[in-house]
Design a protein around this ligand. Structure first.
Ligand code: NAP
Ligand code: MG
Length: 477
């Protein structure tokens, strides 16, 4: 049975209570996890504090980095076990889970090798002064991560925090936390001192709320829904704790008349179907210039209709959705789309061999004649793509920026002027030109604007987010 990792030890909840973990593949209970609560969070934060200010502080940047690289190698050595765990827990296709584990390993490698490359500054100041700006860890960092990419998210969030010398307390989602527990175990094997990498499992409203409200954390990073993100930020604000929020999106593809269709069509279809649409950056809106609308959408329809949905072992384009509540939610959107008068242009197919009790939904491509529908304005978090025509570049920019979200966008055109102008006008954290999503994007600064959140992860910028500066002003005469 999976256990939490607190202060270097595998442990159950103090209350002794457990939670059932349900498989999205067939809706059946397949294991149990400890129902950690406030007291468990408190133990983990205390352990992290002691580690951050004790043994972990003695490690040089090089030594911290080497442990992270060792952890990366251990992840690769155990990649198949971790992939099977991730696929069973999330329901995603086994090849996607394998890719996620490679990306997780890459995070620990990237930040491990960067740990000793973070240098300070010397600032010219008044005569007789020497000024140094040095980087220091924040202390105890809290990481609340979602169920859609648990392995990638734990790598993305914990690796830079550890590289900078923080000690972490992670609260994974109750729906999918097995790979997170396993990587914390591997962290101990790699040589992380006790208390540096803690994992408390449990319910969001119990363990998650207790962690974000804990008075002795110094930073919290959260990825998930807007509603909970706001709660986390409010809880952190009570103790003036810095917060990074990544709250999802409603990313648009903007397709111009001169699009390279060979490049665009498969990338657009993959961009919504990856992880069954349960991706914050999912390209869920397809804006196409009117002159080519019919011919381009025909190509998308052909590609989209090939979509097959199945179990992780079937290894098809989409797996099931994570749980009953997401399944119901996405089905409600499908009904809403029909009620709003959107036309279904194409659908994928659920493999007849999947268990009837699993959470499989039919991937659906709609076309709309205006941008008013909820299906174009709200994050669905499922395999649902909506297409809409636009006339001018100006209108395309206005529509792409019309939602409350601002995470990612893509421009599809062969014209350098259009590429640059539109990319610069997009209100979001990342813009692809003639592409969409690539290789996990470990090296690429990432995050949102507007309701998609604030703060940045990935890339070297995460090392700044997860540390602070100290300015030492020395008068030497
Ligand atoms: P969620 O409730 O926001 O969950 C995200 C994380 O926050 C999980 O670890 C969750 O734990 C935890 N949490 C829940 N309530 C909390 C609280 N009061 N205080 C602190 N932490 C708390 O997301 P969800 O309900 O699973 O999914 C709903 C919607 O969120 C999706 O449809 C999607 O739109 C969005 N979402 C976005 C992303 C993304 O990548 N941006 C990822 C997931 C979901 P438990 O899961 O254990 O409750
Ligand atoms: Mg929940």
């Amino acid at each position: 049975m999976p256990q939490m990792i607190i202060n270097g030890r595998k442990t159950d909840a103090i209350s002794g209570q457990m939670l059932d973990v349900i498989s999205p593949v067939d809706g059946a209970v397949f294991t149990q996890i400890p129902r950690g609560g406030e007291a468990d969070v408190d133990l983990a934060v205390k352990a992290a504090r002691i580690a951050a200010e004790g043994p972990w502080k003695e490690f040089t940047a090089l030594e911290r980095g080497r442990i992270l690289v060792k952890l990366s190698n251990l992840i690769l050595e155990n990649a198949e076990e971790l992939s099977q765990l991730e696929a069973r827990d999330t329901g995603k296709a086994i090849s996607s889970a394998r890719n996620d584990i490679q990306v997780m390993a890459r995070y620990f490698e990237f930040y491990g090798t960067a740990a000793d490359k973070v240098h300070g500054e010397v600032v010219p100041f008044l005569n007789g002064y020497g000024v140094q700006v040095i980087r220091e860890p924040l202390g105890v960092t809290a990481h609340i991560i979602p169920w859609n990419y648990p392995a990638q998210m734990v790598g993305r969030s914990v690796a830079p925090a550890l590289a900078m010398g923080n000690a972490c307390v992670v609260k994974p989602a109750e729906d999918a936390c097995l790979s997170v527990i396993r990587v914390a175990e591997l962290g101990l094997e790699a040589g992380l001192p006790s208390g540096v990498f803690n994992v408390v499992t449990g319910l969001g409203e119990e363990a998650g709320a207790a962690l974000s409200a804990h008075e002795d954390i110094n930073f919290v990073t959260f990825t998930g829904s807007n509603e909970v993100g706001v709660l986390v930020q409010k809880a952190a604000a009570e103790h003036a704790v810095k917060c990074v929020l990544e709250l999802g999106g409603k990313s648009a593809h903007v397709v111009f008349n001169d699009v390279n269709t060979k490049l665009a069509v498969p990338a657009i279809v993959k961009g919504i179907l990856a992880n069954a649409g349960q991706t914050c950056t999912a390209g869920s809106r397809l804006l196409i210039q009117r002159d080519i609308f019919n011919e381009f959408i025909d190509l998308v329809v052909d590609e989209f209709s090939k979509t097959r949905v199945g179990t992780p072992e079937m290894d098809l384009h989409c797996g099931p959705l994570i749980n009953k509540s997401q399944f119901d939610r996405v089905n409600r959107y499908l009904e809403k789309g029909k009620k709003d008068g959107l036309k279904i242009l194409a659908q994928g197919q659920i493999d007849p061999g999947v268990p009837e009790t699993g959470y499989y939904v039919t991937p659906t491509l709609f076309v709309a004649d205006n941008h008013d529908s909820d299906l174009l304005m709200q994050e669905i978090f499922g395999p649902v793509l909506v297409a809409l025509a636009f006339d001018t570049e100006e209108q395309a920019v206005q529509l792409a920026n019309i939602t409350d979200y601002g995470l990612m966008a893509a421009v599809w055109s062969e014209n350098g002027g259009i590429q640059q102008r539109v990319a610069k006008e997009m209100k979001c954290g990342q813009v692809y030109i003639n592409g969409f999503g690539a290789g996990g994007g470990v090296e690429l600064p990432f995050g949102g604007v507007k309701r998609s959140g604030h703060g940045r992860e990935k890339g070297l910028v995460a090392l700044e987010e997860m540390s602070t500066t100290k300015t030492i002003i020395h008068y030497h005469g």
